[in-house]
Design a protein around this ligand. Sequence first.
Ligand code: G1P
Length: 297
Amino acid sequence: MSIRKVTKAVFPVAGLGTRFLPATKSIPKEIMTLVDRPLIQYAIDEARAAGIEDFIFVTSRGKSALEDYFDAAPIIEAELKAKNKTDLLEVLHATDMESGAIAYVRQQKALGLGHAVWCARKLVGNEPFAVLLPDDVIAAERSCLAQMVDAYNEIGGNIVAAMEVAPAKTSSYGVLDVAEDMGSLVRVRGMVEKPKPGEAPSNLAVIGRYILQPAVMEHLHEKKLGAGGEIQLTDAIARETSKGLVHGFRFRGQRYDCGSKAGFLQATVAFGLARDDLREEFAAYLNDVHALQKAAQ
Ligand code: G1P
């Protein structure tokens, strides 16, 4: 079996982000910042570290700030140059994308994650591709997608990032039915999107990183409705399990659910503490808060 290289990634960013209202009235959720970088930048950096060359954004109305973010910033750049602020110029240039590297397609109707991915089919073509959900932010020494590409280069097929979650939380995720557990890799025999409490096949949940084969796109083409009346990516991948072509991958790293407010705050604390320029002051502040809370109890 020859394993084809993964060079394209799809970023579904069409969601309204209603959980973050009122902020999302005027800013796309993906532009909300963890410390000083928008969520989408973390996903882009992770994909770049995994060798992705073509970035496909599936957007919707009201996401123009996202397109502007990846454009050149000539006014800011001229100002920084004039003032000789080389460190900030470096920060700015670290986000540069080569012209033509990002393409945008619109999802006209919110018909689900599977439908959003399907909207990218013409740009993906007949090739394996990655999918990254920017809500899931993963702090890792080696980028999560890069770890998955390493595994993919060994075994091919379809690979989904996976993580054990509390049994009470399985109904928020796609959940794997495990045929064989090999440690970091598990062979999957079925997948269920958002199983009802007590009906999950395991507590191994799908996290928003995927490496998929073109066959999954073909399944999505059938536009079958699944959980919540939406076209589910999980269902399309599940159809490949009977061929033994789906593996779950337990990545090394810490995942933050930045689709929820609590997760976003946790990520903010973690990324703040990870920064050399902020750690000391921020940690001291957190200690004070903690001490004050204890004293109040
Ligand atoms: C999506 C997927 C789900 C996956 C989750 C990971 O759900 O449909 O299978 O487990 O992302 O974050 P969402 O969170 O968009 O409802």
